[in-house]
Design a protein around this ligand. Structure first.
Ligand code: KIV
Length: 270
């Protein structure tokens, strides 16, 4: 028996997510538009409008140039499709550098979209930012470990939690975000043992990506897991569907039929 009954149209709440820790794994996936949000809606507890859209949809090399306007547009589209799953939106790089800026931008997200929460990358150093939001009734999903918005300053995507000192740092980051009122945490690109230590150190749910199975849930980027994004494939991504292959095959059939005159046929004419 699942705490969240899929596909019944009732919106998943933050308290449902909190209750799932230690009871039932939380399933989260990204979506960037209404079409896919509708397909995923109800089948997962949470949908993330990730700034990964800047790479898979915008074709950029990293997430850093995503803008507030872009995130708001995609979140409005996702919310039009997602009536049951809880929707979280990534605050883009540079939109939460100060408490005032974070509050202004997160307020804009709440006023212009139906998303239930925002996601912010960073640990201890962002505790004051997360606190400023949660104290003003904005729900925050934290994000620690490998943080894509730090890729340029860190000089690449680096797996975290490889030694005890770094595990301790991750645990401190998680505790700081819990103290600040984050309702859950994404833990990305972290050795399994470290992710498990983080999950055990906090009472809020942890959602892993490339972090093994010791977390309270999992998130994947939909265009990676369904085989549409071909620029690179991180080791942790399991591909559940060969999207790019099926699209190419479908397109080839369409092309062949148009070229041969087989399409449109009688069945597809007025
Ligand atoms: O932007 C995104 O899709 C994310 C996930 C990788 C968690 O932050």
């Amino acid at each position: 028996m699942s705490i969240h009954t899929p596909n019944i149209g009732k919106k998943v709440s933050l308290s449902t997510i909190a209750k799932m820790k230690g009871i039932e794994p939380i399933v989260m996936v990204t979506a960037y538009d209404a079409l896919f949000a509708k397909l995923f809606d109800g089948g997962v507890e949470m949908i993330l409008v990730g700034d990964s859209l800047n790479m898979s949809f915008m074709g950029k090399a990293d997430t850093l140039s995503a803008t507030m306007d872009q995130m708001i547009y995609h979140t409005q589209a996702v919310c039009n499709g997602a009536k049951s799953s809880l929707v979280v939106v990534d605050m883009p790089f540079g939109s939460y550098a100060t408490q005032e800026q974070a509050l202004t931008n997160a307020t804009r997200i709440y006023q212009q979209t139906d998303a239930q929460a925002v996601k912010i990358e960073g640990g201890k150093e962002r505790e004051h930012i997360v606190k400023a939001l949660t104290q003003n009734s904005i729900a925050v999903l934290g994000h620690i470990g490998l943080m894509p918005q730090f890729v340029r300053s860190e000089g690449g995507y680096k797996v975290r939690g490889k030694d005890q000192a770094d595990i301790n740092r991750l645990v401190e980051d998680a505790k700081a975000l819990e103290r600040a009122g984050a309702f859950a945490l994404v833990v990305e690109g972290v050795k399994s043992q470290a992710a498990q230590a983080v999950a055990e150190a906090v009472s809020i749910p942890t959602i892993g990506i490339g972090a093994g199975n010791g977390t309270d849930g999992q998130v994947l980027v939909w265009s990676d897991m369904f085989g549409f994004f071909e620029a690179f494939k991180p080791k942790f991504v399991k591909q559940y569907f060969e999207g790019a292959k099926y699209i190419r095959e479908g397109l080839q059939s369409y092309r062949d039929e148009v070229k041969s005159g087989a399409f449109p046929d009688e069945a597809h004419n007025y």
